[in-house]
Every structure is written in C-alpha cells, then in structure tokens.
Design a protein around this ligand. Structure first.
Ligand code: SF4
Ligand code: SF4
Length: 336
C-alpha cells in the first residue's frame, strides 16, 4: 500500500517537474529583479496606507507590485518560445485592473485629461497618485516601464500583427506628441472654464464620461495609425500625450538597458526587433547605456540577443544627455 502511494506521489512529481521544465528555465538567482520591484511597490503600499489611512492603497499597490513581480519573474524564467507572454500577462493584469476596476468601477479618470482636471478641482484621488508614482517620479527609477509593462492602450495595440517596424521613425511625425499633448490640455481648459459646474460630484461625473470617450478615441487612433504605418507602437511614438510628461523624468532613469560590448557581434537583431526603433549600435559605440527616453524597457532586445550582450540594471548615469562610459567592472565581465 505504502509503495503504491509512493509511486503515485513520484509520478505526480515527475509530471509536475516535466510541466515546469517545459515552460520554465528556473533558478533562484533570477528572483532579484522581481523581488526588488515587488518590494518597492509593497513599501509604497504600506507607506500610503499609513499616511492616508486608506486600506485601498494597501491593496492597490500590493496588487500592482505582485503583478509586476510575476511578469518580471516570467520574463527571466520562461523559455524563449513563451517569453512574450510574460510582459503580456503583466500588461493585462495591471492595465485592465486600472482601466476597468479603478476607472469604470471606482469611477476615477486615470487618463492625463482626468489627472489635470482633478488638479484644477483640488481633488486628491487615486488618479493623482497614479500619475505622480507611475508617470512623474516613477520614471526616475524605472524609466518608461509603464509604457512597456502596464499601459492598457498598448496592451491591445501590442496584439496587432505589426510587431516589427522594419523602417526608421517617421521624422515628420516626431512633433505630433507635443501637438496631441497641447490639444489634451486645451480640451481640459475648455471643460474647466466653459462647460463644467465646479462641484466635486459634477467633476467626478464629467471625468467618467471623459474616460470612456478618451479611451475610445485613443484605441481608434492607435489602431488606425498602426494600420497605416504597419507599426503596433505607432501611437506610442507619434500620438501619446503622456509620453511628453514621462520623457522629462525618464532621462534620469536609474534602470536602463546596457551592453556587454565584447560579446556583441553587431548582428543588428536588437535594432530590428525594438518596437521603439532605438539605435542600439549608436549607444554601444559611444560606450553608454541606452539613454533614449523612448525606451519602454520591454526587454525585447535582451530576450532576442543571441550573444546575451544586453542587460537591464540599476545604475546612475552622471551625464544625462551623453551618459557615462560603461564601467571597468562591466567591461571585465564582458569576457565571461
Ligand atoms: S542582438 Fe546582441 S549581438 Fe546582435 S547587435 Fe544586438 S546586442 Fe549585438
Ligand atoms: S531598447 Fe530594448 S527594452 Fe528599450 S524599447 Fe527597444 S527593445 Fe524594448
């Protein structure tokens, strides 16, 4: 009887190991980055819950930290064939939690227009906190990671079939995000000065309609632009107004993509697959990390590099426009 139970246990264990081995390439060293991020958001959750005395913030930021931790862990541990699912899981877990739960159910407009309207109204909401953490202060730590890992608009656009852009950025469209940002602000001003009855209840109602209309417009424009330019991330490059704000602090980001330069064979795969058309070789040749504020930290280049010549690390770049040279320590690691 005992040996039978042992056999069943062993065969179940084998099946489980087999299933894990099929999808994961796991070891304990891969837990550092997921734990750092989960820990960071847990710390924010605890501080905000104590400071504001709102239990919601504890749940909200712990949920986001957990979703991010899961995605980062899977991104490092999933076998190459399944790796694209890691980021997608986090995009959906965070993006649609924000849009559906925080936006539609809790009735907060977490779009840029809503954020500015709340600021004008003097209402301190989750949306205000969201902007401060994810889009103003956050990029100093994790660059434009929001765009790569959590944005609900990009979560859908990333599913479209034009993942490889195959052409350079459209130079004539580069100013469009600034026009789109100005238009957004103009709409907010119009609502504020002409239409709105400035009591808190009315502001809440208006921002909810704004959330529905704004998202519909963003999705429609995103799909049309992706179709015309055959580029899933065309909206992020040429139209998204939020990028204008994030780029200001993203230039100071501690987390960026760096190189093990001696390993790189200049095969060009990283540039070809980068959804934001970043010119990796220009940075590699200058001896800097990728300093572009267009990098959304999607990790596609790291995952695709056949020589494992790219990494993502926290470091301080002393020159924010030129970046600092790759450190001696890192250069010595290159030959490993
Ligand atoms: S994919 Fe890797 S080896 Fe190829 S150019 Fe990019 S960094 Fe170099
Ligand atoms: S540089 Fe790498 S991490 Fe940054 S957007 Fe391009 S592929 Fe993604």
């Amino acid at each position: 009887m005992m040996s039978k139970i042992k056999d069943i246990y062993n065969s179940t264990k084998d099946k489980k190991n087999c299933l894990i081995n099929k999808y994961l390439d796991y070891n304990n060293n891969k837990l550092t980055m997921p734990l750092i991020f989960a820990g960071l958001f847990y710390a924010i959750a605890i501080c905000l819950a104590i400071f504001t005395k709102h239990i919601f913030y504890l749940f909200n930021f712990m949920y986001i930290g957990t979703a991010l931790g899961i995605g980062l862990f899977l991104n490092i541990s999933l076998k190459k064939k399944y790796i694209s699912w890691a980021r997608r899981i986090t995009q959906f877990l965070i993006g649609f939690y924000m849009l559906v739960f925080v936006g539609f159910i809790l009735r907060e407009n977490i779009q840029i227009e809503g954020f500015v309207l709340y600021l004008f109204s003097g209402i301190f909401t989750g949306a205000v906190l969201h902007y401060i953490i994810a889009k103003i202060i956050g990029p100093i730590i994790f660059n434009r990671g929001w765009c790569g890992w959590a944005c609900w608009t990009a979560a859908i656009l990333d599913l479209l079939p034009w993942r490889e852009t195959r052409q350079d950025r459209e130079k004539k469209l580069e100013k469009l995000p600034y026009i789109s940002f100005s238009l957004s602000m103009l709409i907010v001003l119009l609502i504020w000065f002409i239409i709105i009855d400035r009591n808190a209840e009315y502001v809440q109602e208006t921002v909810l309609y704004g959330l529905i209309a704004g998202n519909l417009i963003y999705y429609i424009l995103g799909v049309i632009l992706a179709f015309i330019l055959k580029d899933n991330r065309a909206f992020c490059k040429y139209l998204c107004p939020i990028a204008v704000i994030m780029k200001i602090t993203a230039r100071f980001s501690l987390l960026k993509i760096g190189f093990y330069r001696k390993r790189c064979t200049e095969c060009g795969l990283c540039e070809l697959k980068c959804p934001m058309n970043i010119k990796h070789m220009e940075y590699k040749n200058k001896g800097t990390r990728i300093l572009s504020t267009e990098c959304i930290l999607c990790c596609t280049c790291i995952d695709i590099c056949p020589e494992k010549a790219l990494n993502m690390k926290f470091r301080f770049d002393s020159h924010f426009t030129e970046g600092q040279k790759t450190s001696e320590k890192e250069t010595s690691k290159e030959s490993n």
